[in-house]
Design a protein around this ligand. Structure first.
Ligand SMILES: NC(=O)c1ccc[n+]([C@@H]2O[C@H](COP(=O)([O-])OP(=O)(O)OC[C@H]3O[C@@H](n4cnc5c(N)ncnc54)[C@H](OP(=O)(O)O)[C@@H]3O)[C@@H](O)[C@H]2O)c1
Length: 278
C-alpha cells in the first residue's frame, strides 16, 4: 500500500514507522525538515504553499491527515482543520489517477455533551467551543472531498513525552476538579497510530469512528491512581474558575472494537504505568 501521512508529528511519526515495518510504501510530509527511522520517504511541504506540494507522489492508496493547529486561534484552527483539507482536495481533484482512502484525525471536541452522558458516532454534535465547531467543519470538508473517508474522533492523546496529568500529580501541581465524577477520554499514542493503521487495513471504513480507550475515567480516579503509584498524596486544592463542567462525557469505543481493533493500552492504568517518572 502507498500511504501519505500529512502532518507527520507525534502520532504521524509513530504510524509511519509501523507502516514501513509492515512493508508499506510510506511518504511523510511536514513543513520542517525531519528524519524518521525505517524506510519512510520524508517530504518537506506546506499545505499553504501550493508550489511546495509538488512533492506529493501520485498513485496513493491512502492519505492520513494528522495536521494540528499552530496556536489556539480561530485562524490557526481553520487553516489546520479546514483549509488544509481543501488544499489537498485541489491536488487530488486535478489528478485522474487516484481516489485515495482519506483518514482525518478529528477530535471528541465535536461533542458538546457535558453532563457525563455516553456519546458515540450517532450522538448529536453541537460543540461547546469554536475548536469543536471548526473540527466539525473539517469533517464535512473531508466527507464532501473524498469518496472513501473516515473522521477518527480522538480523545486526548498521551504517551512518552506527553504526560502532563501524571506529572502534575507527581509535582503536586494537580488541582481537583470541582465536580465528581468528571469523566475524561483518552488514548495512548501507540493506539492512536494503531487505530489509523487498523483502518487502513479494513476493506471499507465507516464515515466516522470514536477513538478512545476502554475507560472514560473520572479525573479524580485517574489522579488518585497515579498518586498511589508514585507514593504521593492528592492536593486538597480545587481548580478555580469553572463555570460548567466542559467536556464531561463518556465516549464509547464500541464501534472501534466491533471493527476488530484491540488496544495495546486498554485503559490509563496500562498506559500511564510505564510513563510514571517520564
Ligand atoms: N493531541 C491530542 O490530544 C489530540 C486529541 C484529539 C485529536 N488530535 C488530533 O490528532 C492529530 C495528530 O496530533 P499530534 O499530537 O500528532 O499533532 P502534532 O504532533 O502537533 O503534529 C502535527 C504535525 O502537523 C504538521 N503541520 C502543521 N501545519 C502544517 C502545514 N501547514 N503543512 C504541513 N504540515 C503541517 C506539523 O509539522 P511542521 O510544524 O513541521 O509542519 C506537525 O508535525 C491532529 O490533527 C490533532 O489535532 C490530537
Amino acid at each position: 500500500m502507498r500511504v501519505l501521512i500529512v502532518g507527520c508529528g507525534y502520532v504521524g511519526r509513530f504510524l509511519a514507522v509501523e507502516l514501513s515495518s509492515d512493508g508499506d510504501t510510506v511518504f511523510a510530509l511536514r513543513r520542517t525538515p525531519f528524519d524518521i527511522e525505517g524506510n519512510v520517504t520524508t517530504l518537506q511541504g506546506d499545505l499553504f504553499d501550493p508550489a511546495s506540494l509538488g512533492v506529493i507522489p501520485k498513485k496513493l492508496d491512502a492519505v492520513v491527515y494528522t495536521v494540528s493547529a499552530d496556536s489556539s486561534s480561530v485562524g490557526s484552527y481553520r487553516k489546520a482543520y479546514v483549509q488544509g483539507i481543501l488544499a489537498l482536495r485541489r491536488i487530488f481533484s486535478s489528478r485522474e489517477d487516484s481516489s485515495p482512502r482519506f483518514l482525518f484525525a478529528s477530535s471528541t471536541s465535536v461533542y458538546g455533551q457535558s453532563t457525563g452522558e455516553w456519546v458515540d458516532e450517532k450522538s448529536a454534535t453541537n460543540p461547546e467551543s469554536f475548536r469543536g465547531e471548526i473540527v466539525l467543519e473539517g469533517e464535512a470538508a473531508v466527507k464532501s472531498s473524498f469518496d472513501h473517508a473516515c473522521s477518527v474522533r480522538f480523545g486526548g492523546i498521551y504517551g512518552p513525552g506527553r504526560t502532563r496529568l501524571p506529572r502534575s500529580v507527581q509535582e503536586k501541581t494537580f488541582k481537583l476538579p470541582p465536580i465528581r465524577p468528571y469523566f475524561t477520554n483518552r488514548i495512548h499514542q501507540s493506539d492512536a497510530a494503531g487505530v489509523l493503521r487498523h483502518l487502513l487495513r479494513l476493506k471499507s471504513v465507516p464515515t466516522k469512528v470514536v477513538a478512545v480507550d476502554n475507560d472514560p475515567a473520572d479525573l479524580f480516579d485517574v489522579a488518585e491512581w497515579v498518586s498511589r503509584r508514585v507514593d504521593s498524596s492528592l492536593p486538597a486544592e480545587v481548580e478555580a474558575g469553572w463555570k460548567r463542567a466542559l467536556g464531561h462525557k463518556r465516549c464509547s469505543n464500541r464501534l472501534l472494537r466491533q471493527l476488530g481493533y484491540r488496544f495495546h493500552f486498554p485503559t490509563f492504568r496500562e498506559g500511564y504505568e510505564p510513563l510514571l517518572g517520564d
